[in-house]
Design a binder for this molecule. Structure first.
Ligand SMILES: Nc1ncnc2c1ncn2[C@@H]1O[C@H](COP(=O)(O)OP(=O)(O)O)[C@@H](O)[C@H]1O
Ligand SMILES: [Mg+2]
Length: 316
């Protein structure tokens, strides 16, 4: 048409331009629908979690755990299963004395994390009881229980916030000086000082990425700040490379000083320095004793010694 003089080149360009103005918003509208659908699906999942019934409730007559806490933990004939028909723990008995350090070994799925969840009341046993300083944990207020018994998981979650706030999360009224001291004792002070803004560096999701070992050292600083009577470590070095493991173990020793500690671990270094090693199998404790005594007994602990000591023949 342009060649024939019936239309101009300018007209054609303008037509194409207007076309784009027209189709752009239509594309956006189609995309918006897609976005809404996805938001709806995600929203449904979020509300599923928010609306989930609370299974562990504080009793109306719950009392705060009396201070000071000595940290004596007793599992008395505890039976528990996520499905009550299939118990994970079957009449388990375990006593941790005040200030004692107990390493908990057991195959994956044996119920080690479950045991920790029962003490901190993430779940309640179907029968038997769990006591802290002689009080059934179900009779205690949840904040007092969870202030007394802190859990350090295998991979620590960091919020998208500064190092300072991430550590202070353990005790929001701590001063920056107290946070500094905790970082120092956790062996984290030097790497924090090397971050672009030091204590004020944003870490966590989308923030500065920290290694597994660095995250665990921040978690240890949290523990030191919270100063709980009971420390529960759930495979604290499993997300850590071999190089930082020695650092973490040293910081953990510092963190466990003067507290009762239950340590779930596959690492010989942590198990060997414990006062006692217990082995969980089939829902009950099958080995229990000081590491030196268990070494010669030929059980699971002895196998761990063999597997992780260079020079000893590996046999199970
Ligand atoms: N939230 C849960 N719901 C149902 N079953 C679970 C849940 N958590 C763990 N289990 C099951 O309970 C058993 C013990 O799990 P866990 O305590 O995590 O073992 P461990 O820490 O020793 O590896 C496993 O068989 C596991 O599959
Ligand atoms: Mg576990």
């Amino acid at each position: 048409m342009i060649a024939g003089g019936q239309f101009t080149l300018g007209g054609l360009l303008a037509y194409r331009g207007y076309g784009r103005y027209f189709y752009g918003p239509i594309d956006d509208l189609v995309g918006l629908n897609d976005l809404l659908q996805r938001a709806e699906a995600s929203g449904r999942r979020i509300f599923e979690v928010l609306d989930a019934p609370v299974t562990v409730l504080e009793r109306p007559d719950a009392v705060p755990l009396p201070q000071p806490v000595t940290g004596e933990i007793v599992f008395e004939n505890v039976t528990f299963g996520y499905d009550p028909a299939q118990p994970v723990l079957r009449g388990l008995n375990l006593r941790v004395r005040p200030g004692e350090r107990v390493a908990l070994l057991g195959a994956s799925g044996a119920g080690k994390s479950t045991l920790i969840g029962l003490l901190t009341r993430v779940y309640d046993p179907q029968s038997g009881r769990v006591t802290l300083d002689g009080h059934d944990v179900r009779d205690l207020t949840l904040p007092s229980l969870r202030r007394a018994a802190a859990v350090m998981p295998q991979d620590t979650f960091l919020f998208y916030d500064t190092v300072l706030e991430n550590v202070r999360y353990a005790r929001p009224d701590a001063t920056p000086q107290e946070v500094d001291l905790a970082l120092e004792r956790a062996g984290a002070a030097s790497f924090v000082a090397g971050l672009p803004q030091g204590l004020d560096t944003i870490v966590g999701e989308r923030g500065v990425k920290l290694s597994g070992g660095q995250r665990q050292r921040l978690a240890i600083a949290r523990v030191l700040l919270a100063d709980p009577a009971v420390l529960l470590l759930d495979e604290p070095t499993s997300a850590v490379d071999a190089e930082s493991e020695a650092l973490i173990v040293r910081a953990l020793e510092e963190a466990m000083e003067g507290r009762s500690a239950l340590i779930v671990t596959h690492r010989l270094s942590l198990a060997r320095s414990a006062d006692r090693v217990v082995v969980l199998e089939g829902g009950v404790i099958v080995e229990d004793g000081p590491p030196a005594a268990l070494r010669s007994r030929g059980g699971r602990y002895a196998a761990l010694e063999r597997a992780q000591t260079p020079g000893l023949p590996e046999q199970v």
